[in-house]
Design a protein around this ligand. Sequence first.
Ligand SMILES: [Zn+2]
Length: 390
Amino acid sequence: MPGYDLVIKNGTVVDPSQGIHAKKDVAISGGTIQAIEDYISDGDARDVIEADGLIVTPGLVDLHVHIWWGVAHLAIEADPTSLARGATTVVDAGSSGSNTFPGFRRYVMENINTRSYAFLHISGMGQLDRDIGELEDIRWARVDRAVETANANADLIVGIKVRLSEGIVGANDVVALERASEAAHQIGVPLMIHIGGTNHPLEEIFGKLRSGDIVTHSFTATPPGIITDGGAVLPAALEARERGVNFDVGHGAGSFGFKVAEAAMNHGFNPATISSDVHRYNVSGPVFDLATTLSKFMHLGLSLDDVIRLGTQAPATAIHREDIVGSLKVGAVADVSMFDLREGPVEFTDARGDVRNGNQLLVPIETVRAGRRFSPFHGHHHDHVVPSGF
Ligand SMILES: [Zn+2]
């Protein structure tokens, strides 16, 4: 019998989709998971990774990134910033719209090693410019164009995105939301909305969301936010969550406050998914990558198993791709991440510059995507190279 292509030996496998947290070996052939057992012989294996002392997880799924490099102003290249940092699957959150998606698909999504999906922006231009908001002119929000593009690319477009901050949409937030919601409804995919700095109150905005829709930047410290002046969770947020709306993190450069997250989580309002919103303006800090964002939520009180679930199975389910990614079950595609859970003082900074002193950091060590090995950056954790020059 021929041996496996790759065996990952002696790691601590944490796979919440199967309720596994134990020392296991993982065998891979033909780009899929062949076995997870307490002991798998690597005698005939073509390649072996010794993972003793490492955490072995399903490849992380980052629900909010920006990778339309060279076109969307904030975008970065996916492979060095996600795949090499433990996120084998990413979902681009609105960098492209119906006008620009064909190029995004052909020149980025089909040419990178990171597995990628997209939320299509309801604005045809996507997130083109830093200073001119994509929906200041509401004519860019065309339901028919978005529906046509999404239906023609249903393998990769998993949702619709809209950003509702006043600096981006002016006073158009509610009409932009209604058009995005209508498009998502016609396509049959979730809507992701970006909050923080909306012109209209969140009660009105959350009231328009359906079950399965996603709020990103849930813990933004830019008002209006989900915490009331009295320190409680906004009733409209509780009611939306009750209705099946998923509250995502989307850390970003201005959209995650420790104080807000602490207040929310003290009231039991935990995120449904943890995403990084890693982009050009935060990849060198304070976000760095999804693994660092997960580590921040361990500092906020979630367990290792919790954060791995919220960075694998939960986002995979949110985009209805849980049969493809987010699990190490036998037969699944072999996307695997390995981390060193480093113990020791670590300074965590939120999007406001507030600092918390933690003592655990998930450091990406090696990534396997469809059975192929990818090494991490070997530089210092905070030394990413940010693409520039456009
Ligand atoms: Zn974003």
